[in-house]
Design a protein around this ligand. Structure first.
Ligand code: ADP
Ligand code: MG
Length: 256
């Protein structure tokens, strides 16, 4: 069995419109892949479909996590199988502290008869926070309430560090970050890279890829992956923009 997240011929509809069309992508563990593409091309739709968001209807295709069929799993089963999502617009959870949230999330990943001990949990939490250089005060704050863009992202990275997923999908982790926050978040992601983990970074801009250097870059256009190459593709997109992709892959009707 191959240790990889395999997306095969995935088609997804949102409100009767087909957004993803026969999308194929393989993310092996140990690698970092980037998906780039113009706005509105379906990048977030892919992330949401993998997270089982109810507005996104999967009309065909398969997603295999180390050979297991992800699309048949409930949301919590997906997390337990090792899939992690960090979202473009994470929501606020008023009144729930980061520490309690992480504790519940960590507990949810254990088998039913396993109990997460408080001392053990905090030991691990503080280790991860030290690694990511996050202040201890941070954990008593409510999830995303009044967080800056940078703090939201750090919280996501901390979640990821605690859950140690096999595959992490990060949608626009760079959006709304100033250069310092971008560097801190990128360092965090780089610390979480490793042979046991595949990371899929979804981004519109090349900038974050200067800090998190991907093994492969995929370009999404019109609901499909239309180009896959090494990291140099990101630089080419930065220089040339997306228009040449649009021209090259325009539907025949749109081209005329
Ligand atoms: P990207 O992340 O690449 O910018 P999205 O996946 O957010 O693109 O959107 C792709 C297309 O799907 C857009 O045309 C968008 O308007 C549409 N879309 C996405 N989510 C919804 C939704 N919940 N309801 C209606 N249309 C949606
Ligand atoms: Mg998006």
């Amino acid at each position: 069995m191959k240790q990889q997240l395999e997306i095969k011929n995935l088609s997804v509809k949102v409100e009767e419109t087909e957004i993803l069309k026969d999308l194929n992508l393989t993310l092996p563990r140990g690698e970092v892949h980037a998906i780039m593409g113009p706005n509105g091309t379906g990048k977030s739709t892919l992330a949401k479909a993998l997270a089982a968001h109810p507005d996104y209807e999967i009309t065909s295709g398969e997603v295999l996590l180390d050979g297991e069929n992800v699309l048949e799993m409930e949301v919590d089963e997906r997390a337990r199988a090792g899939l992690f999502m960090a979202f473009q617009y994470p929501s606020e959870i008023p009144g729930v502290s980061i520490a309690n949230f992480l504790r519940a999330a960590t507990q949810a990943r254990l088998a039913e008869d396993e109990e997460l001990e408080a001392t053990q949990f905090y030991k691990r939490l503080y280790e991860k926070m030290d690694m990511l250089q996050i202040d201890r005060k941070f954990t008593s704050r409510a999830i995303n309430e009044g967080f800056s863009g940078g703090e939201k992202k750090r919280n996501e990275i901390l979640q990821m560090a605690m859950l140690e997923p096999k595959y992490a999908i990060m949608d626009e982790t760079d959006s709304g970050l100033d250069i310092d926050a971008l560097r801190i978040v990128s360092e965090g992601v780089n610390k979480l890279r490793g042979p046991e983990r595949g990371i899929l970074l979804i981004t519109h801009y090349q900038r974050i890829l200067e800090y998190i250097v991907p093994d492969h870059v995929h370009v999404m256009w019109n609901g499909r992956i239309v180009k896959s190459r090494g990291k140099e593709l990101a630089l080419e997109l930065e220089k040339r923009g997306y228009d040449w992709i649009k021209e090259e892959f325009a539907e025949p009707a749109a081209k005329a």
